[in-house]
Structures are given as C-alpha cells and as structure tokens.
Design a protein around this ligand. Sequence first.
Ligand code: PGA
Length: 254
Amino acid sequence: MRKFLIAGNWKMNAAPDAAYKLAEEIASGWKDNTFSSEALLCPPYISIPAVAEAFKGTAFKVGAQNVHTENDGAYTGEISTGMLKVAGCEYVIVGHSERREYFHETDELVAQKAKKVIDDGLIPIVCVGEVLSQRKEGIHQDVVQRQVDAVLNHLGKDESDNLVIAYEPVWAIGTGETATPEQAQEIHQFIRELITRHWGSESSEKVRILYGGSMKPDNAEELLSQKDVDGGLIGGASMKAESYNEILKISETI
Ligand code: PGA
C-alpha cells in the first residue's frame, strides 16, 4: 500500500466555529485512526487553533496556507513560522497560484518562503503550475521548470525528505476541470526528473509530488494511481467531510 499525503486547502473559508465543526466531522469518520496516508487540513490562520483542538488525539494534522519570511517585527498583517508552530502547524502551503496571481508572489519570494519554512522545522507544500494560455501555447513544462528550479536552487538535497511540491494546473483549480491522469503523470514525472537533475535520483524519490486542481472522489483513484502522484492538494472537495474522507479512503486502497 502506498502512503499518500491527502491535504485539504480551505482557502478563505471556515471561521473558527465552522472550522472546528468541519474538522470534528472529518475526524469522526476515522474513530480508530487506522489510515496509513498522512491526512492534513489547512484552514485560514484564525481557525488553526480550533482545528488543532478538534484534531487532538487523532492522526490528522494541521497546516497553514501562507507564511512570511521574517521571524517577527514590523510586518503588519503577516505571520511567522514560529507562530504557526505554536498554533500546532506542521505544514505550510507556499506559492499557491492564488497568492502568485492576486498577491504578486514571485518565484524568488516563493523560494525564500520554502527555505524559511524548512529551516524552521515545518514542511512546505510548494505549488507550481501553468495557466491555460501557457498550456495552449505548449510552454507548460517551461513554466513549471522555472518555478521548480527557483525553489530547488535555494535548498539542498538533504532537505528532500521535507519538501512537498504540488502540481496544480491553474486552469483546473476550482473549475471542475481536472487534468487527465496522463497529463498529471507527465508533469509529475517531469518534476521528478528536474529534481533528479539537481539532487540525484535517490533524493528525488523522497520528494512528495501532489496533484491539485478539482480532485474529488470521482477522479481521485485514477489520479492517485499514477506512479509519480504522491497525494492530493484538495480545495473544494475538502470543505465537505464526506468528500474529503472519501478521497482519504480511496488513497488507502491504492
Ligand atoms: P480545487 O482547489 O480542488 O477546488 O480545484 C485546489 C487548490 O487550489 O489547492
């Protein structure tokens, strides 16, 4: 049985009360905690303590959706790795396409964040992926290569155990449209090869590569069955206990 990372991204949804309820509902689907995949939910900052509380005594983990590169200081509106750790986070999503697009995060900034997260003992989930026009132009591999290289240039091979990359074709996020399993595998394999070029094949096998973009119970099995798909980063379908748990269950059968 493969061990997947099944990560939910709640984006700007679920205030603390709703987040607590949803987390409890998810965890109550697994009373005996008998899953071998790693299960992670990433609520908005303010709901992290509530979700951590709801997951107490379970195997579920909590993560954040973003972080700043400094430890503390005059950075109004920002949050640090140290604060996230105290709140119970183990993972941080970095460079989600919505942050790249709406908050102008550059490859360089995303790479700095990934480095900071790893240095401070958390695990970054670094998002990469092309927009529709880039895929139509046939330059999706170039885009992904630029995004992945920027991050790998800041890290060393010893950090491969603690690096997660999520391939999220932007045209598949929140659209209901999913990459075909073949399209996903092609890019995942390409990302694996890029890592091999930097760090060699042994280290490259250790990096987990998630697929994200309208993953749901209906398509999870064929996506997760691809050789280089090590899990999912799930938006919409992680907002309902039933569909998140269904995907987690599917991951247990592969
Ligand atoms: P989606 O979002 O599953 O709703 O497409 C995925 C993501 O943005 O991480």
